[in-house]
Design a protein around this ligand. Structure first.
Ligand code: MN
Ligand code: MN
Length: 316
């Protein structure tokens, strides 16, 4: 019996290195109509403050996703048995104008959410999460947030600007986009502008879990606590690839040493199973600094793992 849901093109039907490089070799459609979840690219890097290149992230993540098979052998998740999923291509950003780009992204996500579709976004720099959260607020009200990152991204200004990849969660608080007592920032580390850099999010009610608190540990107990706190509140998952140690993921713009491992990343995302996820993103993959493709490969896998924990996915 043919499956009624879209399936990734199999490796026995077309060699994995061949054919159009869509996310997971899924069908492409123009919009989110009829979809439960979609992959969508936001190819931007004009919000970055150091090394750029994340405009090439979505295309490279798609290319590296060609090896992903449909079934999750560790968790048993079978996302393509119960969700209709497609790749809806990229948001047509204005690469000469950051503020216009932010507006374009918000409008695009308004359209996705109007179809009751859960977006999984291939970034792009972390600026893109702000307009997504603006769209999410209109649909779901202030959302809970699981934010995995080396950085808090709560600067008030960068070079005098309110919009940049280091400011999205400051603006999100200013604009009332977040349920602040249900915001978790995991993996923060490195050097700061001021000694109190991680105090500001705590003063807003966020829970900050530094990288040092994660070293040598399983993330599974932490995620149980997070699920208990968030309960059935709508929650958005934003994953900055620089949360990982640069030994795993060097292909990014703002590298910090002594980060998370790939198995901790899996524990975090798998630990989101049971939450009322409304979408997620994987940001800051910068292919010019990723000659092996491993950073984009990790990004592709983490996006697949996000798909596997969306509400409605079948487990054995
Ligand atoms: Mn970030
Ligand atoms: Mn970061």
């Amino acid at each position: 019996m043919p499956n009624k849901f879209n399936q990734p093109l199999g490796g026995n039907d077309m060699p994995r290195f061949a054919g159009p490089a869509t996310m997971m070799r899924l069908p492409v459609q123009d919009d989110a109509k009829g979809l439960d979840a979609c992959f969508v690219g936001v190819p931007m890097d004009i919000g970055t403050s150091n090394r750029a290149g994340t405009r090439h992230g979505p295309r490279q993540i798609r290319a590296e996703s060609c090896m992903l098979r449909p079934y999750n052998m560790a968790t048993g998740a079978a996302p393509f048995d119960s969700l209709q999923v497609a790749d809806i291509g990229d948001v047509a950003v204005n690469t000469f104008d950051l503020k216009k780009t932010v507006g374009i992204i918000e409008k695009s996500f308004d359209g996705i959410l109007a179809h009751d579709c859960m977006p999984l976004t291939l970034g792009g720099d972390h600026t893109l999460t702000l307009p997504i959260l603006r769209a999410m607020k209109k649909k779901h009200g202030p959302v809970a947030l699981v934010h995995v990152d080396a950085h808090a991204d709560i600067n008030d200004r960068m070079f005098g600007e309110e919009i940049a990849h280091g400011t999205p969660f400051r603006r999100a608080v200013d604009e009332g986009l977040l349920a602040c007592d249900k915001v978790f920032q995991i993996g923060l580390r490195g050097t700061g502008y001021e000694p109190a850099d991680f105090d500001w999010p705590r003063e807003q009610g966020f829970t900050v879990v530094t990288a040092e608190e994660c070293w040598h540990k399983s993330m599974t107990p932490l995620m149980a606590d997070i699920r208990a706190t968030i309960g059935d509140h709508p929650v958005y998952l934003t994953y900055d690839i620089d949360s990982l140690d640069p030994a795993f993921a060097p292909g990014t713009g703002t590298v910090e040493i002594a980060g998370l491992t790939t198995w901790q990343a899996l524990e975090i995302i798998r630990g989101c199973r049971g939450l009322k996820l409304v979408g997620g993103d994987l940001v800051e993959v910068s292919p010019p600094y990723d000659p092996s493709g491993n950073t984009a490969l990790i990004g592709a896998n983490l996006l697949y793992e996000m798909l596997c924990v969306l509400p409605g996915v079948k487990y054995p």
